[in-house]
Design a protein around this ligand. Structure first.
Ligand code: XBP
Ligand code: MG
Length: 252
């Protein structure tokens, strides 16, 4: 029986990467007097490394030979902290919007007393700011557990963050569906034993989603249907609880 839904954040709840995180990283570089700039395609490549601090360290490895090895960790921490401040300002300014169908699906699931949770690689403050800003007042309390960067030693595709959230909500994986936008995220959720729905975005649409329950353009709305790219079809053109329960019933 379907009892809980676990959502990824970046790329799944909202298109945060290109116009949010990427821009915030570039502002942090400029603040620190660095002439680094991550353009849209380069950032797409760098997204292969999950976790902002890890992404910075990876970039220094390939593009910043001038930074001594021993200074890199502290610089990555400093830049990442600056970047988070910029990102939070951008969320407050409303730069990042929820993707189609997200607010509708979360509201429907909350009203139906399904357990809602988050499993993300990003910093906790970023998730809380996005949920507080983009959903109705008090919606943060809809989430029984928020698993974020601080809660897992290794980032996706490691399943640790999903395992952490499953422990927190105390529900067996077979009664839960996960929602992801990336191959690394799908891999993390599948390894944790979760059936997973994927919604694509411009940075992930060429990735391998073998094993996903359904691969969709987005959650869709009654008046703007989602496209089914692979896997289980949509009965009404959009993802709602009836659809999720129908998919879940096929495995019960
Ligand atoms: C998101 C990430 C994060 C964000 C940036 O992956 O990899 O690193 O890009 O956030 P997912 P931070 O959607 O799979 O959780 O800078 O806070 O890491
Ligand atoms: Mg994601």
């Amino acid at each position: 029986m379907l009892r809980a839904l676990i959502f990824d954040v970046d790329g799944t709840l909202a298109d945060t990467e290109r116009d949010g995180h990427r821009v915030a990283f570039n502002r942090a570089f400029s603040d620190a007097g660095l002439d680094w700039h991550w353009d849209v395609p380069r950032y797409g490549e760098l997204l292969q490394v999950t976790g902002g601090r890890e992404r910075l360290l990876h970039f220094m490895q390939s593009d910043a030979a001038e930074i001594a090895q021993g200074d890199r960790d502290a610089l990555a921490r400093d830049l990442h902290a600056r970047k988070t401040v910029h990102y939070l300002h951008m969320i407050d300014a409303g730069v990042v919007k929820l993707r189609p169908g997200v607010a509708r699906l979360l509201t429907e699931a909350h009203n139906a007393d399904l357990v809602l949770a988050i499993a993300t690689t990003t910093t906790r403050a970023n998730v809380e700011a996005l949920l507080a800003h983009a959903l109705p007042a008090g919606a943060l309390s809809w989430f029984a557990a928020i698993g974020a960067a601080e809660n897992a030693a290794r980032k996706k595709p490691d399943p640790g963050i999903y395992e952490y959230v499953l422990r927190k909500i105390g529900i067996a994986a077979q009664d839960v569906l996960a929602f992801e936008d990336s191959e690394a995220g799908l891999c993390a959720a599948l390894t944790a034993g979760l059936r997973t729905v994927v919604t694509l975005n411009e940075y992930t649409d060429d990735q391998d989603f073998t094993g996903a329950l359904s691969v969709l353009s987005d959650f869709g709305e009654a008046e703007a249907h989602a496209m089914v790219i692979a896997g289980a079809p949509l009965n009404r053109g959009y993802v709602d609880l009836a659809q999720l329960r129908a998919w879940q019933a096929r495995q019960d």
